[in-house]
Design a protein around this ligand. Structure first.
Ligand SMILES: Cc1cc2nc3c(=O)[nH]c(=O)nc-3n(C[C@H](O)[C@H](O)[C@H](O)COP(=O)(O)O)c2cc1C
Length: 215
């Protein structure tokens, strides 16, 4: 499975089988985490046993409490942290999808029960539930390309492909509060229009755009 196929097949999954993730796959996830931590200057951590991470009332109502494992998204606290978490976390999400597992980004979780290792200069931003889904989720309702594009004149094919993949990205409460601006010099900006976790969304959307645009 390539990145584009993983993007198309990925949907948030909130109900998980009790089946544990195989040791071999957990090792692969840990190796990937080590790689993105180096690349993104992050401290993401796989918690093999999610324990009571998703015991909040809202989680129990939505189903995430069945997730067997979780990735705690931690990093050195600076103004770029949330976007980096989104950008590198989504790389993990897509690789995990290719391994036949399912995920759900989750801003609602117990910050205490996740039991993450967070140094004084670090911050725990968000969690990603990981496991074998009871189903594969379903496509989200999406804005149209016209609703998110800011561009004058003709749009090149690579740009349209990037936008198409960006619209398949997970965003908090499916808000899709971003614009994709094609500048006159051919550069692209992902513009964050605000909302909960919108900086994390921005990183996720940038990852998807780059995959679609092959840039
Ligand atoms: C930053 C972020 C935070 C999220 N927080 C939660 C959450 O707390 N609980 C939950 O059930 N889903 C959460 N989600 C999942 C979104 O609801 C989901 O991505 C969105 O509805 C789009 O659906 P899809 O992921 O299936 O494409 C979050 C997603 C993102 C990107």
């Amino acid at each position: 499975m390539n990145d584009i196929e993983a993007i198309k097949e990925r949907h948030s999954v909130r109900n998980y089988e009790s089946k544990e993730i195989e040791a071999e796959k957990k090792e692969k996830i840990k190796a990937l985490i080590e790689e993105v931590n180096k690349e993104g200057n992050l401290h993401l951590q796989l918690k093999e046993n999610a324990g009571a991470t998703y015991n909040r009332l809202l989680n129990r109502a939505m189903g995430l409490s069945s997730a067997p494992s979780v990735i705690a998204c931690v990093g050195k606290d600076d103004e770029t942290l949330e976007e980096r978490v989104g950008y590198y976390g989504e790389r993990l999400v897509l690789e995990i999808q290719k391994m036949g597992l399912n995920t759900c980004w989750a801003g609602t979780f117990s910050r205490k029960n996740i039991d993450a290792d967070v140094a004084d200069d670090e911050k725990l931003v968000i969690s990603i539930a990981v496991g074998y889904g009871k189903d594969q989720g379903r496509p989200h309702k999406s804005k149209t390309a016209e609703q998110v594009i800011e561009a004058k004149g003709d749009k090149p094919e690579w740009f349209n492909k990037g936008v198409e993949m960006a619209l398949l990205a997970p965003t908090a409460i499916n808000q899709q509060k971003f614009k994709i601006r094609l500048n006159e010099d051919g550069t692209v900006d992902i513009v964050d229009k605000g909302g909960p976790f919108s900086k994390v969304d921005k990183g996720i959307v940038r990852r998807h755009f780059e995959i679609g645009a092959e840039k």
